[in-house]
Design a protein around this ligand. Structure first.
Ligand SMILES: *[C@@H]1O[C@H](CO)[C@@H](O)[C@H](O)[C@H]1NC(C)=O
Ligand SMILES: *[C@@H]1O[C@H](CO)[C@@H](O)[C@H](O)[C@H]1NC(C)=O
Ligand SMILES: *[C@@H]1O[C@H](CO)[C@@H](O)[C@H](O)[C@H]1NC(C)=O
Ligand SMILES: *[C@@H]1O[C@H](CO)[C@@H](O)[C@H](O)[C@H]1NC(C)=O
Ligand SMILES: *[C@@H]1O[C@H](CO)[C@@H](O)[C@H](O)[C@H]1NC(C)=O
Ligand SMILES: *[C@@H]1O[C@H](CO)[C@@H](O)[C@H](O)[C@H]1NC(C)=O
Ligand SMILES: *[C@@H]1O[C@H](CO)[C@@H](O)[C@H](O)[C@H]1NC(C)=O
Ligand SMILES: *[C@@H]1O[C@H](CO)[C@@H](O)[C@H](O)[C@H]1NC(C)=O
Ligand SMILES: *[C@@H]1O[C@H](CO)[C@@H](O)[C@H](O)[C@H]1NC(C)=O
Ligand SMILES: [Cu+2]
Length: 612
């Protein structure tokens, strides 16, 4: 048996003694029920206490673990002073669009003291996650992992890793019990405090205090010379042209440069910012996530499966385990043809399921380094195995694949490549889209206001509290800049264009279904459709076996180069779905549009949801 030290579960079990409800319950065959009670309490994930959202008394929220095909009931009790909703990231919500958890789009907010009953079927398998979708609440800690165990009969990609039956058996054994690893950036202020400060100072605040691994971490303050040594050429250049000597003690790009880069003509008020928001740094001991894997008794082949979940709110990171190559076998849930890498880049919302061969007992850092332009920050958890059986392992310095800014530590480091990602099962894709939607990403005034198409759609506009919910009262004729309407069964192209520059990368996530990235390029997009573009620049397109995900990140646009990304999907789930940037400050800043998918087969909303 592989027995895992699942700190989260243990904490949860102990924490539950004070609560009356049982977290997970198998109601009957094929149906599973989870009770989530949301409260606000003091918590110190990185050693500094602050108000956090606790789920069943703990942070992060407990793992929702189900079998593929099961019906899932998630009953959310809101015992906070703030309204909330819960979104199940990547879950297709076939026939249950009212359980997607977007205020103003799929439901009314869950008010204080209210209970909402989310119901959905786990038609998919693999690694997903859930999080609050109300303003910046995910930043206050309302997030947890979802593990959906695949059906037994589902073909697995193991034989692409090894032909050896013993190895395949060990891999299959490990993959049956993946260990969720939630990674996130964390601040000492609540999301609401940050939004308010951001508005007072009239700029975005992409500066964090720590990186958390399953809710554990510490504040690591870097000395100025180390910060300087970790600056990327791009960061160093930004400092140079502005006559600024270094990043702040917190490792952040000075805020005036953030604003100047994306909103050059906007007046900011730096005096409104307390020093500890972007400047001063105080180290803490905090706590460290140690993932301990015990011996697999049946075989000397030992493997470990990790579901890496990027719950980051803003930062994009590089992830790597010292001396342990990772076989990425699933991305955003779905199996791929396994890719052997030393490091992978993860943006907000991404999931990577990886297999690691455990062949030399010891302790190994799981390194996570920010690769975002706005901040230099790194941290690590520990992967530990065979310590008990083999006796104490002599301590030694392990060899990293990456540097602390995410760059390769040597020429031999192999990085995950989304361009080379091949799905294990290749679905047929319609070669010409039925509908084309061009979306132009831009800032809209101050650096905290963002638009997915010209006009911003902030949560405050989308959700008027008591007014119409798009799913209940769709407006098919009333087309405006923020609403896209499609017909069921048709194929839609979303062409994401970054033509105002510079422009940071945007991880664009669609609710309701996965998409294929069929093309991307650098430069303007002068074509009317993807078909025209594919005829002009065929080398930039893949209409045969492109990567499939529930979110794709647009490339950074530099002062000399715009970028474009073409995402194609088939409308299979009628309903109102949000398409948005998963950077929390961009989402709150308005970077979202609502897609009314399948207007000709609009779902009939049950009374219990319509009247909620
Ligand atoms: C944020 O600003 C709003 C509006 O001014 C105010 O109602 C709220 O109390 C503020 N919240 C915090 C945490 O400062
Ligand atoms: C930086 O310093 C140089 C030389 O003193 C000056 O010419 C330039 O205008 C300064 N740039 C900025 C952005 O202040
Ligand atoms: C900023 O102002 C200058 C001068 O008025 C103008 O040329 C430029 O286009 C403006 N930039 C933006 C991003 O609005
Ligand atoms: C890595 O590549 C650089 C440039 O190609 C080369 O100069 C250097 O010798 C290489 N280092 C190793 C360890 O191979
Ligand atoms: C909170 O939710 C309740 C119930 O949906 C709603 O009536 C109220 O307007 C919401 N409050 C805010 C501030 O949106
Ligand atoms: C859509 O864009 C047009 C042109 O910029 C603008 O006049 C209109 O107000 C926008 N509509 C909405 C709903 O923002
Ligand atoms: C996005 O804005 C462009 C103009 O900038 C407009 O042509 C296009 O119709 C808009 N798209 C949507 C979906 O509103
Ligand atoms: C929507 O279209 C998909 C794909 O053609 C189909 O499987 C599904 O049954 C349709 N849904 C409705 C409600 O018609
Ligand atoms: C960016 O644009 C410049 C010219 O403006 C071009 O020389 C360069 O090759 C472009 N970069 C990429 C990566 O295409
Ligand atoms: Cu964004």
């Amino acid at each position: 048996m592989v027995a895992l030290a699942r700190g989260g579960w243990l904490r949860l079990a102990l924490g539950l003694t004070t609560l009356s409800t049982v977290f997970a319950e198998k109601v009957c065959y094929g149906r599973r029920k989870f009770e989530l009670t949301l409260t606000v309490g003091k918590y110190a994930p990185d050693g500094v206490e602050r108000d956090m959202i606790l789920v069943n008394g703990a942070f992060p929220a407990p793992t929702i673990e189900v079998e593929q095909g099961e019906h899932v009931d998630v009953i959310v009790h809101n015992k906070m002073v703030h309204n909330t909703t819960v979104h199940f990231h990547g879950i297709d919500m076939h026939a249950s669009p009212w359980s997607d958890g977007v205020p103003g789009v799929t439901q009314r907010q869950i008010g204080t003291g209210e209970t909402y009953h989310y119901k959905w079927q786990a038609t998919q398998y693999g690694s997903y996650w859930y999080h609050a979708h109300q303003l910046g609440q995910v930043e206050d800690g309302m997030y947890g992992a979802i593990v959906i165990h695949p059906k037994k009969e589902l073909p697995k990609p193991w034989s692409l890793i090894s032909q050896d039956a013993k190895v395949i058996e060990a891999i299959d054994f490990a993959a049956k019990k993946p260990y969720p690893l939630l990674l996130a950036d964390h601040r000492h202020k609540t999301a609401e405090e940050i939004i308010n400060l951001s508005h007072k100072a009239n700029l975005e605040l992409p500066c964090f205090d720590s990186i958390l691994f399953n809710g554990k971490g510490n504040v690591n303050c870097l000395p100025p010379d180390e910060l300087t040594s970790l600056l990327t050429p791009q960061q160093a250049n930004t400092l140079k042209v502005n006559n600024v000597t270094n990043f702040t003690p917190k490792g952040c790009m000075p805020p005036q440069l953030i604003s100047k880069t994306v909103s050059p003509n906007v007046t900011i008020n730096l005096a409104a910012l307390p020093k500890d928001v972007v400047d001063s740094c105080t180290p803490t001991k905090g706590s460290k996530e140690v993932i301990t894997v015990h011996k697999h008794h049946a075989s000397d082949e030992k493997w470990f499966a990790l579901d890496i979940i990027s719950a980051f709110h803003l930062l994009t990171v590089m992830v790597s385990i010292d001396e342990h190559p990772m076989w990425i076998y699933a991305v955003d849930g779905d199996y791929i043809k396994p890719q052997l890498v030393h490091a992978l880049q993860a943006t907000n919302g991404d999931r990577f399921s990886v297999l690691v061969r455990l062949d030399k007992p010891g302790d190994y850092p799981i390194r996570v380094s920010s690769v975002s332009n706005s901040q230099i920050m790194y941290s690590s958890a520990t992967l530990r195995y065979n310590v008990n059986e083999a006796g104490p392992v002599p301590e030694r310095q392990t060899v990293p694949y990456i540097k602390n800014n995410g760059f390769a530590a040597s020429n031999a480091t192999v990085f995950y490549s989304q361009a080379k990602q091949k799905q294990f099962v290749v679905d047929p894709i319609k070669q010409t889209a039925d509908q084309t939607v061009k979306l132009f990403m831009r800032t809209a005034g101050p650096s905290f206001a963002w638009a997915l198409n010209k006009t911003i759609l902030p949560p405050s506009v989308l959700d008027h509290g008591t007014e119409a919910v798009v799913l209940f009262e769709p407006q098919f004729n009333d087309f405006d800049n923020t609403t896209i309407t499609t017909k069921n069964g048709t194929w839609v192209d979303l062409i994401l264009i970054t033509d105002t520059i510079p422009m940071p990368p945007h991880p664009i996530h669609k609710h309701g279904n996965k998409m294929w990235q069929i093309g991307n390029g650098i430069g303007p997009f002068p074509w009317a459709t993807a078909a025209e573009a594919a005829a002009a620049v065929p080398q930039n397109f893949n209409l045969v076996d492109p990567p499939k995900r529930d979110g794709f990140t647009t490339a950074q646009a530099t002062p000399t180069n715009a970028t474009w990304t073409v995402l194609r999907y088939q409308v299979t789930s009628p309903g109102a779905w949000l398409l948005h940037c998963h950077v929390q400050s961009h989402l709150v800043g308005g970077m979202a549009v609502v897609i009314q998918d399948g207007a000709d087969h609009w779902p009939i909303v049950p009374d219990e949801y319509r009247k909620f």
